[in-house]
Design a protein around this ligand. Structure first.
Ligand code: ADP
Length: 451
């Protein structure tokens, strides 16, 4: 807990006791006026000049030595009380409104005094004039608020709300001291107002959890082939030392396991490379139609091995989009490879590219990769792009899968401002649809000129 008093203006210094000279300076116009009147009395009514001098001297001493009247302090105190009643002022309201997170200003009694736009949008019921506890019900938040009211020390707290969905919140509760008035109404050092700033931390927590899950999953995936390699090495050094037949068999398995480790490391590195530049949209121009044709050709030997025919139903016209050629090849390669691996029973893989339609701002090309295999049960569809998520781990491993292919696809598409949709009916195959934004020429027609 840290004590960070918040004041809007420079806190007013306790007013220094004025020197006699200062007081004389402040009262100079009154003294000059009295002196002039006395001189008129000397000139016209015969008042002796010495009497004027004595009177001015007495007046000077009284003005210089007598402190300011108590009533002026009372007036100042009343003014401060009035400011506190009216507070927060326009400046504070504009500042709090400019903050991107929900902020609430309450007074020391827990009455809401101001609510910024974000807080209005998030907590509909919160209204100035109502007790804070009417709208903010989290017990830990209200307890922390009470503590800040009584101790005057800022606090940062976290809590989870389970309903309607699990949401993590963080709140910073800071005391505000009005200039020169701290504690005058409610005891020494106690805040006049409290600023409550609430932040939704769900996204950050989710990313944090994803990162730790990823490290755990990656090490688990690597540990399995590593354990198998270690086991075979020990066998080759021991019982199989003089058995050439077993040695050949074990070395083949070891090569397979080493290949699995290499694929995993390649995919992990690929994913982290894409993540590094996730926020930079590719600026280069590429021909999507050429990329699809090139990848389909490159995959044809794999298709032939599995007895599948790849049918590319795309017009032979260049399709110019903004993108990174290598990454888009990786997307098409992963999708075609999956269609071949998991849908080879269907014998055909169809690749199509449909022209952009709809809103000019949202016009996009749609690439579809369709297979006629066993398809994917609906409960798995929302999770397919999660790292290491596989419908059937064994069949994925048998097909040299790592469980990272679709996660890589999703990350590349996010960087390209694209989308991935999956449609599947068990027993009838699956269709993976990739949407990529079209670039428009001056006439607003999707560009099909050559790159
Ligand atoms: P993997 O390396 O295991 O292929 P992916 O991320 O590419 O990992 O795919 C995740 C899972 O999605 C696969 O393990 C598989 O179960 C399922 N899958 C992907 N494409 C298809 C498809 N065309 N047909 C059926 N299942 C698929």
């Amino acid at each position: 807990m840290t004590k960070t008093p918040t004041t809007l203006e420079e806190p007013a210094e306790p007013r220094p006791i004025a020197s006699p000279l200062t007081r004389l300076g402040e009262a100079r116009w009154i003294l000059i006026t009295v002196f002039c009147a006395a001189m008129v009395a000397v000139a016209f009514y015969g008042v002796p000049f010495s009497a004027v001098l004595v009177m001015m001297a007495v007046l000077g001493v009284v003005t210089g030595l007598v402190p300011r009247r108590a009533s002026s302090r009372r007036v100042k105190l009343n003014a401060q009380r009035e400011i506190r009643r009216m507070w927060p002022g326009t400046g504070m309201k504009l500042t709090v409104d400019a903050l991107p997170t929900p902020c609430i200003v309450a007074d020391g009694r827990g009455i809401t005094r101001y609510v910024n736009k974000q807080a209005h949008a998030t907590y509909e019921g919160v209204k100035p004039g109502d007790p804070l506890s009417f709208s903010l019900r989290a017990p830990s938040l209200l307890e922390a608020f009470d503590r800040v009211c009584t101790t005057g020390e800022a606090e940062r707290i976290n809590w989870i709300e389970k309903v309607p969905t699990e949401t993590w919140y963080e709140a910073h509760i800071a005391p505000i001291y009005m200039p020169g008035s701290a504690g005058q109404d409610r005891g020494p050092g106690l805040p006049d107002f409290i600023l409550v700033v609430i932040q939704d931390q769900t996204e950050n927590r989710r990313l944090e959890r994803m990162r730790t899950d990823f490290v755990a999953n990656a090490s688990h995936e690597l540990r399995t082939p590593l354990a198998s390699l270690t086991g075979f090495i020990e066998t080759l050094q021991g019982p199989a030392r003089n058995d050439p037949e077993a040695q050949d068999r074990f070395l083949a398995i070891m090569l397979d396991q080493a290949g699995r480790m290499r694929r995993l490391i390649d995919d992990i590195l690929s994913l982290s490379r894409i993540e590094l530049k996730a926020h930079v949209r590719p600026a280069g121009l590429v021909d999507l139609s050429e990329i699809i044709r090139h990848t389909a050709d490159a995959m044809s030997p794999v298709a032939a091995d599995l007895g599948v025919e790849i049918r590319v139903e795309i017009q032979n016209v260049p399709v110019r989009i903004k993108g990174d050629r290598d990454e888009l090849i990786q997307v098409t390669e992963n999708l075609i490879e999956n269609a071949l691996k998991y849908g080879h029973q269907g014998k055909f893989v169809d690749i199509g590219l449909s022209e952009p339609s709809g809103d000019p701002e949202e016009r996009a090309w749609q690439l579809s990769v369709r297979d006629y295999g066993e398809g994917i049960p609906p409960e798995h569809l929302p999770r397919l792009t999660e790292r290491f998520y596989r419908v059937d781990v064994e069949s994925s491993r048998a097909m040299k899968g790592t469980g990272l292919g679709l996660a890589i696809v999703k990350h590349i598409l996010t960087r390209h401002r694209g989308r991935l949709e999956v449609e599947s009916e068990p027993g009838k195959g699956a269709t993976f649809k990739v949407t990529l934004p079209a670039i428009e020429n001056a006439a607003g027609i999707p560009d099909q000129t050559s790159v």
